[in-house]
Design a protein around this ligand. Structure first.
Ligand code: SF4
Ligand code: SF4
Length: 301
């Protein structure tokens, strides 16, 4: 599938001049300024579930990784059924002229993580806000970066907010057979993309363990801007996971084992919260009170 071929001449080196004309601004600074702006990063009085979460800070300082759009791992994700069940669309099929994939990890704030540690079965108010207002903020960030790159003369697609983005959640489907892990996934997996861009590796809980931990949100962009790829300082998909098993013990429905994760079990549990609190709400207990919450755990942790 080709979803985005357009012609363009690259005439700027990104980072020399920003959209306001300022010299020397970097993409890292633009991302940080946008997401940490209190108008984006704080829950307003109107949105807040109660007084205790008015002005709740949602996010911490982001990190960014870059990969070549031609990285062979992208093609592997498409063709290896076991990895993304054949759904993954590589960058060059989203944009024929793609040169670079940019992945952004925005860690959740200390307050959000602490909030979700209070009750190890139900999502906290803080967690619900980061899943709702935080998700909106990440979508706005994707749009913002896309617009800036476009203003700089580059082609840019943010698959997570693109019309061609498809996500499949098995428990929402009308399937007359037992669900399996292959009934879940998307055509652009943010965690797999982040892995390619050097941001981190998977853990047993199937979250991505970055140097800022597992608890946060991802977005990514495909562009014809050239950028040096970030060095991946790992070889294996679980290199950053200490295999401590803490997430196995914490999961309220025992969806995680050393052999793998049962997405149906996890998703069915989330459905309870979807009904109670609205779409997009999950429990996230495997991401708090674990050695990988805030960073890469030591191997003996
Ligand atoms: S809690 Fe332990 S086993 Fe689970 S993902 Fe984190 S480091 Fe890996
Ligand atoms: S999100 Fe919740 S249900 Fe799903 S694996 Fe993590 S702890 Fe278990």
């Amino acid at each position: 599938m080709n979803v985005g071929f357009r012609n363009c001449i690259i005439y700027h080196v990104f980072g020399m001049r920003d959209y306001t004309g300022e010299i020397g601004i970097t993409l890292e600074k633009i991302v940080e300024d946008f997401i940490l702006d209190p108008k984006i990063n704080h829950v307003s009085k109107e949105e807040a579930a109660d007084e205790s979460v008015v002005r709740l800070e949602l996010f911490d300082k982001p990190i960014i990784g870059y990969a070549s759009a031609n990285d062979e791992l992208f093609e592997k994700f498409k063709t290896d059924e076991k990895i993304t069940h054949g759904r993954f669309i590589p960058p060059r099929e989203w944009m024929e002229d793609a040169k670079t994939v940019i992945s952004i990890f925005v860690p959740y704030s200390k307050q959000v993580k602490k909030g979700n540690s209070r009750n190890m079965r139900e999502p906290s108010k803080e967690w619900l806000h980061v899943r709702r207002e935080g998700k909106n903020a990440i979508d706005k960030l994707s749009q913002h970066i896309k617009e800036i790159l476009t203003q700089q003369g580059y082609l840019c697609i943010a698959p997570g907010i693109d019309d061609h983005y498809e996500e499949i959640i098995g428990t929402w489907l009308d399937i007359n057979r037992p669900l399996t892990n292959s009934d879940y996934g998307s055509n652009w997996s943010q965690r797999h993309v982040a892995y390619v861009t050097g941001l981190g590796t998977f853990g047993l809980s199937k979250t991505l363990i970055t140097k800022k931990g597992v608890t946060g949100a991802f977005t990514s962009l495909i562009t014809n801007m050239e950028h040096e790829p970030t060095k991946r300082d790992y070889q294996g998909i679980y290199d950053n996971c200490s295999m401590c098993g803490a997430c196995i013990n914490i999961c309220p429905v025992k969806a995680i084992t050393f052999e793998g994760k049962d997405y149906t079990r996890c998703s069915k549990f989330h459905d309870e919260f979807e009904i109670k609190y609205g779409p997009g709400n999950g429990c996230g207990k495997c991401q708090v009170k674990v050695p990988c919450e805030n960073g890469i755990p030591k191997k003996n942790q």
